[in-house]
Write a protein that binds this ligand. Structure first.
Ligand SMILES: [Zn+2]
Length: 691
């Protein structure tokens, strides 16, 4: 998702606990070259490699994962804002284990008044909260949550289908369905579940919600049906509760979903529409076919056509929209009568398959959305396609509504909206570009490279923010990217109360956006541009992405894949940047010269020998770059690797011969290493002595 609403919460909390930051904690770093606690050492926290996950970071020969297929029929009642659904879940046990029960995620239960106190953070409110923060910190109570009305096991013998009730129990947002007989390894089971829930108003958790826009209600439906939890080789059943911050972790499978909505609604969803004849007019089908022939967006429903009878097939009753999706881990949709719709087609090469790109938005979102959204989807296809892998799905949509920024397979929600009079600032336009790239980009991480995002925020948000930075640069080389440049993470690196990136999502207690998005993105940019180099980095990164596409990587799989592909052990970097809160503070503490011939007998290598002492005051190991300026007006940029700290992590002396006289030394002159204290980065020769 996009981290804005988290930062709203954080602003509110900061208002409560603002005060001088504690003493600069990074000064307590204790890299000790005299013990075996070298920060270059192997990372003890990494699990041992095994036949599921190899030492090279790839899936092993015995890697397995579960498969879960869904067939869902649901209807939306707009008079009582309720979704009622019935699903058949076919669970394939590919694990080597026998399963006595299945777990399901009931994320809507975060709004169930009978369980919400146990789930929601009931901490006392700050003394002042902004109206935006109020809906997160103090949401209106309502009768939310998944109401489960039927859970049955389906057995088929020949033509006889038998359905029998099975016991289930609910713990917060998790539901356990106990099987009458254990599910053997390699076997499958079908379970049917009926449920309904009231759609919450506004974006209470930054996920699905309904909103009354100018023309009427708009429903962005997400985390809306009981979804099987993941059983894997690392967690067994991953039963982490949904507290609202940690996103979700789901299985791949096939989805067939039938959505019955009011006649005047337009629906867009995960998957391909399989019954366009029933729900689109002949004009719309023609326009769509035409739109997909080029990357230039064309309207399927114009602003002036919204809610006119001609935009809907003849008749009056509810219409059922049918979608099919393969190899997806979730399903989301939008339904509303208020939607303008533009579309275009993307091709990686002339003549290659067409990827459908759709943008749907109420008139409130114009004039901005029609000129930006679909183009930003195309930019995402281009950049992510090059740096990770080509988009494998047949379509990608971007939807405007109450959710500020959230991602699901093939469909993204983005809330950037012009003012009521249609005006917008350059910042708002950039919010739409950035959030669209970000949420569409999430198709790669974590919708396809399907990490456990309820635990590890950085594995999807960090990697995604990293690629987002390059997509923004390609959109406009002068784009003022927020996340990616090392400089922009400096204020966070000074935060004495931060936690390591390797902290499970629900326990990142402050600065969630900087921790899970900004710092990993800045670190990967640093690694690419300054440490490994773009060519090898890109090969390693693409290799990780392809190895784990449609699979479930863990943190160690990423670190190992990158080491493997980059051709060097990056333990010092992973440890420092991901496992600690050390900051980079390099200081130039002395510059000494001696006549060269006193060292080597002749001055063939230069008249002077210089020693420049650089001290590591922050604990974080980083390469050393210094701009050395000479008395003749020339200067050079010296780039040294982090390996200079191997023998002594606190102090390093760089030595060199020169005929010239050094007049100035500046560490990290291009601000590419997030040095938190630049006051000690420079040394200048005093004024020349007067004779
Ligand atoms: Zn995100």
């Amino acid at each position: 998702m996009a981290a804005l609403f988290r930062s709203i919460r954080i602003v509110a909390l900061l208002a409560l606990c603002a005060g001088p930051l504690a003493a600069q904690q990074w000064l307590n770093a204790e890299p000790n070259p005299k013990t075996n606690k070298s920060n270059f050492r192997a990372i003890e926290e990494l699990p041992s490699p095994n036949e599921m996950r190899t030492a090279s970071g790839a899936p092993g020969p015995r890697y397995w994962q579960q498969r879960v297929d869904y067939s869902i029929k649901a209807s939306l009642d707009t008079t009582i804002h309720t979704v009622t659904g019935s699903e058949r879940v076919t669970y394939h046990n590919n694990s080597p284990d026998r399963l006595d029960y299945l777990w399901f995620q009931l994320d809507q239960n975060i709004d169930d008044p009978t369980v919400s106190r146990a789930i929601r953070d009931a901490a006392a409110l700050p003394k002042q909260i902004s109206p935006q923060a109020r809906r997160f910190l103090l949401p209106e109570p309502f009768d939310g949550g998944h109401k489960i009305t039927r859970v049955q096991l389906v057995t088929t013998r020949g033509r006889v289908v038998q359905k029998t009730d099975v016991p289930y129990s609910i713990n917060g947002t998790e539901m356990k369905v106990t099987l009458p007989a254990p599910l053997a390894s390699g076997a499958k089971v079908a379970v049917e579940i009926d449920w309904h829930f009231i759609v919450p108003e506004t974006s209470r958790n930054g996920r699905g919600a309904r909103e009354k826009v100018k023309d009427g209600w708009l429903y962005e439906m997400a985390q809306w049906f009981p979804r099987a939890s993941v059983y894997d080789d690392v967690n067994g059943w991953q039963t982490d509760q949904f507290y609202g911050q940690g996103e979700f972790y789901l299985n791949f499978g096939t989805y067939d979903v039938e959505l019955t909505v009011p006649h005047d609604h337009i629906v867009q969803a995960t998957g391909v529409l399989t019954n366009p004849l029933a729900v689109l007019t002949a004009t719309q089908r023609q326009r769509l076919a035409q739109a997909l022939t080029s990357e230039t967006p064309k309207f399927i429903i114009t602003k002036d056509e919204v809610m006119t009878p001609g935009t809907r097939p003849a008749g009056s009753g509810p219409l059922t929209w049918k979608f099919h999706a393969d190899s997806v881990r979730d399903f989301a949709f939008v339904s509303s009568k208020t939607l303008v719709w533009d579309a275009a087609g993307y091709r990686y090469r002339p003549g290659s398959r067409v990827i459908e790109m759709h943008s749907l938005y109420p008139r409130d979102a114009m004039p901005l959305w029609d000129s930006v959204s679909t183009r930003a989807i195309a930019q995402t296809m281009r950049t992510y396609g090059r740096l990770a892998f080509e988009y494998p799905y047949p379509k990608a949509s971007n939807i405007h509504g109450p959710v500020f920024g959230m991602e699901y397979p093939m469909i993204a929600f983005c809330g950037a909206r012009p003012a009521a009079d249609g005006s917008y600032t350059p910042q708002l336009a950039r919010a739409l570009i950035s959030v669209t790239i970000h949420e569409v980009g999430h198709n790669w991480f974590p919708m396809i490279v399907a990490s456990d995002e309820r635990k590890w925020t950085w594995m999807d948000e960090g990697l995604n923010s990293f690629l987002q930075y390059y997509a923004e640069k390609e959109w406009d080389p002068a784009y003022p990217s927020n996340r990616g440049p090392a400089k922009n993470i400096v204020p966070y690196m000074k935060d004495a109360d931060q936690v390591p990136i390797m902290t499970e999502s629900d326990y990142i207690h402050r600065q969630f956006g900087n921790n899970g998005y900004g710092k990993p993105a800045a670190g990967l940019v640093m690694l690419r541009e300054q440490v490994v180099g773009p060519r090898l980095f890109d090969e390693a990164f693409a290799s990780y992405s392809k190895r784990w596409a449609f699979k479930h990587p863990q943190p160690g799989d990423f670190f190992r894949s990158m080491d493997d592909g980059a051709g060097e052990l990056l333990n010092w970097f992973w440890r420092g940047w991901f496992y600690t809160t050390y900051a980079n503070d390099q200081a130039v503490t002395s510059v000494e010269a001696q006549p060269a011939d006193s060292l080597v007998g002749n001055s063939a290598r230069g008249k002077n020998y210089y020693r420049i002492t650089v001290e590591n005051k922050g604990g974080l190991l980083m390469p050393v770059q210094m701009q050395i300026s000479y008395d003749d007006g020339s200067s050079e940029l010296v780039k040294l690797g982090a390996n200079v700290w191997r023998r002594n992590e606190l102090s390093y002396i760089y030595g060199f011969f020169t005929d010239k006289t050094v007049v100035k030394v500046v560490l990290d002159p291009d601000e590419v290493f997030a040095d938190v204290n630049r006051d000690n980065n420079s040394w200048s020769a005093g004024p020349a002595p007067t004779s």
